[in-house]
Write a protein that binds this ligand. Structure first.
Ligand code: CA
Length: 742
C-alpha cells in the first residue's frame, strides 16, 4: 500500500463505515491527468466516473482500499459510452475495488494483459470485482503476439456480466494466474459472462479460460466458473483448461464450441449442470478427464460431434509416475447422471500409447443416459477399462460387449421439454441422466444488457453488386464495400500492379472476362481480406519471368482475422514460363478458415495450386483449417498441393484436406505433399502419369482415406509416420492402378 496523506482518515472512515454506510465522494473526470489527481486521495466509498467518449492510450491504474460495505468504484458516466482505445489497459490493485461499464475497443494493450488484478508482482487485488466490462476484438496486430485479456491474481475476486469476443491473437482470453511458489486458494468467481466467438487460432494458446498452470496444479484454486455462456469458442482443443484442484465448473452453456472442458491438471474438480449444445458441428466436445477424484455429474450434452480426445466424455490413460506437466492417471473419477444425446462418441482410455500406459482405476460410470448420433459404436475403448465400474446406465446404439452388464442397450425415446432440452419419454428412465430441473443459461442472461451479442456478419455476396467494364476495375475495387460483388463484363482486363484486398470481396464474370496481370501477384490479401472468384479467365504470361509469382497471396505480414479464398468456374493459363508460379500461396503468420477450389481448369502451371507450407518451426503452426480441391481439371501442373503442419503440438484440429473428383494429368514429379495434416480424403480422382503422393502422419489423431481413385502410370501413394502412432488410421480401398509409373 502506498503511503499518502489522509491514510489514517481513510482507515477511520472505513471503520465507521462498517456500522453506517458512508457517503463516498462522486468524481466525474474528463481526462487522464484529472483521473490521476482524484486517485491520489481516493477513499472507501468513492465513485469515479469517466466522462463519456473515447479515451485514447489510457493505461488505467485503479488502486485503493475499499471495504466490504464501501468499495471504491470506477465506472462510466454512461455504461457502454466510455471507450478505451489505442494502447489502453487496466490494472486493479488493493481491496474491494469495483470496475464497471467500460468498453475496450479499437486498440490493444501495450503490455501482455489488457486487464489484470494486480499492479505488480507484490501489489495484487483481493475482494475486487470486474462487472459489465467489454473487451471487443482488442487484439495485438499480429496473431503471433501473445497476451491475455484478463488475468485474475490474488484471492476472492469476481468477474461477472462481462463480454469478451473476437480474440484473434495468441493467449488465453481469461486466466486465473497462480504464481509459481505461491499457490493459494483463490476463491475467484467467474460468472454470468458472455464469451463470444473466438475463431480457430491454428496453434496452442487459444483457450478461452484457464485456471492455473501445471507447476502449482496439485494445490486447490477453489475457483467457481458458473452460469457463463460460451458461444462458438473455437480457439483450440481446450475451451476451459483446468490446471488446479478444487474448482467448480457449474451451470454454463457451451454453444457450438469446438473443444472441451479439459481437467488437464489438478485433482478434485467438479463439473456439473453444464449444457453442451454441439449442433453437430465438427469437433464439439464435452469433458476430458485426467488426474484424481474428478466428478462429472448432472450435465446435459446434445449433438456433440467430437471423437477421440474431444469425445462427449473422454477418460484418458495416464503416464505411470507422471511428471507434473504430463498426464497423471485417472483414479476415483465419478461420472454420473449425465444425459448424452445424439453424441458421436465416448472414449475410455483415450490417448493410450507406450507412454500413456496407465489405465483409469477406482472410477465409476453410473446412471447415465446415452444416445448416439449414428449407427456406429458410441463407446470406444482404447485401453483396459476394468478400473471403471459401469452401473445402471442405458444407451441406445452399439455398446461394447465388455460393458454390457453395466450399460443396458435399448432405444431411448426422447421429447423436447419446455426448457428446450431433450428428456426421455419413458417414465422408467426419468431416474437416469441429468436432473429434470436443469435449465440452460441463455445468452441474454449473460454479459451486460447494453452491449449487443450478435455482430452483423459480413460474408461473401452479402453487399451490393457493381457492374464493371474493362478499364475501371481498379476504381471499382477501391470503391467496393465489405461483401460486395464486382460483376465483370466480357473483355480483357490488364492489371499492372497487385490488387490489394482488405474486405470480403467477390469478383465474378463470364469466361470471356479475361484478367492478365503483369505484377508478381494478382490479388494480394491484407488484414480483413477474403476473396471469392467465380467464372473468370486468368492468364499469367505477362507476369515477370522470375520465380515466385502467385495469382493470390495471403497477407505479407502476420494478421489477426482468419481469411477465406474460394475459386470456382475459372480457367488459368500461361503460368508455366516463370518457375514456381503458384495459384494460391499462403504466408507465415496468416490463417485461412478455408481455401476451396472447385470446378476450375488449370493448364500449365510451374508451381503449386495450393502452396501452403510457409510456416516453419516446431510450434505446430499451419496455414488453413480446411483445404478442399474438387471437380477440377489439372494438366501439366507442377504440384496440386503442398501442406505442412510441423512440430508435435496437439492443441489444434486442423488442417483437413480434401481432394475429390478431379482429373490430374501429367505434371511434376511430386503431385501431392501433405505433412502433419490431421484429416485427409483423396477420393474419386483420375490420375494419369501424375507425380508422387506423399502423406506424412504427425502427432494428434491423423487419418487418411484414399478411396475410389483411378491411377494410370502413377506411383502408389506413400504414407509414413513421423512419430510412432499406436494404430495408423489409413484406409486405402477401391483404387484401380494401371500402367507403370514414370
Ligand atoms: Ca492448450
Amino acid at each position: 500500500m502506498r503511503k499518502r496523506p489522509g491514510n489514517w482518515a481513510a482507515a477511520a472512515a472505513s471503520l465507521w463505515a462498517a456500522s453506517t454506510p458512508a457517503l463516498g465522494a462522486e468524481h466525474l473526470v474528463h481526462d487522464q491527468a484529472e483521473y490521476r489527481q482524484v486517485m491520489k486521495n481516493v477513499r472507501a466509498g468513492d465513485v469515479i466516473r469517466l466522462a463519456d467518449g473515447v479515451w485514447q492510450d489510457f493505461p488505467v491504474l485503479f488502486e485503493g482500499r475499499g471495504t466490504a460495505s464501501d468499495p471504491i468504484t470506477l465506472t462510466a458516466q454512461t455504461k457502454g459510452k466510455v471507450i478505451l482505445s489505442g494502447g489502453s489497459s487496466l490494472k486493479i490493485a488493493g481491496t474491494y475495488m469495483v470496475v464497471s461499464g467500460l468498453v475496450f475497443r479499437n486498440g490493444h494493450a501495450p503490455g501482455d494483459e489488457v486487464i489484470s488484478f494486480r499492479r505488480d508482482a507484490r501489489t495484487i487485488a483481493s475482494h475486487s470485482r470486474l462487472t459489465e466490462v467489454v473487451i471487443d476484438h482488442f487484439n495485438k496486430p499480429s496473431r503471433r503476439q501473445e497476451d491475455r485479456w484478463v488475468s485474475l491474481y490474488g484471492t476472492d475476486n469476481r468477474v461477472d456480466h462481462s463480454w469478451f469476443a473476437g480474440k484473434g491473437n495468441a493467449g488465453v482470453t481469461l486466466a486465473v494466474v497462480r504464481p509459481k511458489g505461491q499457490p493459494q486458494a483463490n476463491r475467484h468467481r467467474i460468472d454470468s459472462n458472455y464469451f463470444g466467438p473466438r475463431p480457430p487460432l491454428g496453434s496452442n494458446g487459444g483457450e478461452t479460460l484457464r485456471i492455473g498452470t501445471s507447476d502449482e496444479s496439485l494445490s486447490d484454486s477453489a475457483t467457481i466458473v458458473e452460469n457463463n455462456y460460451f458461444d462458438r469458442c473455437d480457439g483450440e482443443v481446450e475451451i476451459i483448461s483446468v490446471k488446479s484442484g478444487g474448482n467448480i465448473i457449474r451451470g454454463n452453456t457451451l454453444f457450438q464450441s469446438q473443444g472441451s472442458v479439459v481437467l488437464r491438471h489438478g485433482n478434485g474438480n467438479l463439473v456439473e449442470r453444464n449444457i453442451f449444445l454441439g449442433g453437430g458441428k465438427l469437433h464439439t466436445g464435452g469433458v476430458r478427464i485426467i488426474n484424481a477424484d474428478q466428478t462429472v455429474r448432472h450435465n446435459y450434452m446434445e449433438g456433440l460431434a467430437g471423437t477421440d480426445f474431444t469425445s462427449a466424455i473422454a477418460v484418458m490413460n495416464g503416464v505411470p509416475g507422471s511428471s507434473i506437466n504430463r498426464y497423471h492417471p485417472v483414479s476415483g473419477a465419478l461420472i454420473t447422471h449425465n444425459s448424452l444425446f445424439d453424441i458421436a462418441r465416448i472414449t475410455l482410455g483415450a490417448g493410450a500409447d507406450a507412454e500413456r500406459s496407465a489405465p483409469p482405476k477406482d472410477s465409476r460410470f453410473t446412471s447415465n443416459l446415452v444416445s448416439g448420433a449414428g449407427e456406429q459404436d458410441i463407446i470406444q475403448i482404447d485401453a483396459d477399462v476394468r478400473g471403471i465400474r459401469f452401473v445402471d446406465n442405458v444407451a441406445s446404439g452399439g455398446v461394447p460387449v465388455a460393458l454390457a452388464t453395466g450399460i443396458a442397450h435399448r432405444p431411448i425415446a426422447l421429447s423436447r421439454a419446455k426448457t428446450g432440452l431433450l428428456v426421455p419419454t419413458d417414465p422408467l428412465l426419468a431416474r437416469l441422466g441429468a436432473p429434470a430441473d436443469l435449465q440452460p443459461v441463455g445468452k441474454d442472461q449473460t454479459g451486460p444488457t447494453w452491449y449487443p451479442k450478435d455482430a452483423p456478419k459480413v460474408g461473401f455476396d452479402s453487399g451490393h453488386r457493381l457492374d464493371v467494364a474493362p478499364g475501371v476495375l481498379g476504381a471499382a475495387i477501391a470503391k467496393a464495400q465489405p461483401g460486395d460483388t464486382l460483376q465483370l463484363s466480357a473483355g480483357r482486363y490488364d492489371v499492372a500492379a497487385p490488387i490489394v484486398v482488405t474486405i470480403p470481396l467477390t469478383i465474378a464474370g463470364p469466361k470471356e472476362a479475361m484478367l492478365s496481370f503483369a505484377g508478381t501477384t494478382l490479388f494480394q490479401l491484407g488484414e480483413g481480406g477474403s476473396l471469392r472468384i467465380k467464372g473468370l479467365s486468368i492468364r499469367g504470361d505477362a507476369a515477370p519471368g522470375q520465380p515466385g509469382n502467385a495469382v493470390i497471396r495471403s497477407a505479407l505480414v502476420p494478421t489477426i482475422a482468419n481469411y477465406a479464398v474460394e475459386l470456382s468456374g475459372t480457367a488459368f493459363t500461361g503460368m508455366d514460363k516463370a518457375p514456381d508460379f503458384d495459384i494460391m500461396a499462403t504466408t507465415a503468420g496468416t490463417f485461412a478458415d478455408h481455401i476451396s477450389i472447385e470446378n476450375v481448369v488449370i493448364s500449365g502451371l510451374s508451381g503449386t495450386v495450393v502452396a501452403a507450407a510457409a510456416e516453419t518451426g516446431g510450434k505446430g503452426y499451419y496455414p488453413a483449417e480446411r483445404i478442399s480441391i474438387a471437380g477440377s481439371q489439372f494438366a501439366d501442373v507442377g504440384r496440386i498441393a503442398d501442406v505442412l503442419r510441423g512440430g508435435t503440438d496437439e492443441s489444434t484440429f486442423g488442417p483437413a484436406f480434401v481432394l475429390r473428383n478431379n482429373g490430374i494429368i501429367d505434371g511434376g514429379p511430386s503431385a501431392l505433399t501433405l505433412s502433419g495434416v490431421q484429416s485427409t480424403l483423396i477420393a474419386d480422382n483420375r490420375f494419369v502419369r501424375a507425380g508422387a503422393i506423399d502423406i506424412a502422419h504427425s502427432v494428434g489423431a491423423p487419418e487418411t482415406r484414399i478411396v475410389h481413385n483411378r491411377m494410370a502410370a502413377t506411383p502408389q501413394p506413400r504414407i509414413t509416420q513421423l512419430y510412432p502412432q499406436a494404430m495408423p488410421r489409413v484406409e486405402m480401398a477401391d483404387n484401380i492402378a494401371t500402367g507403370v509409373a514414370q
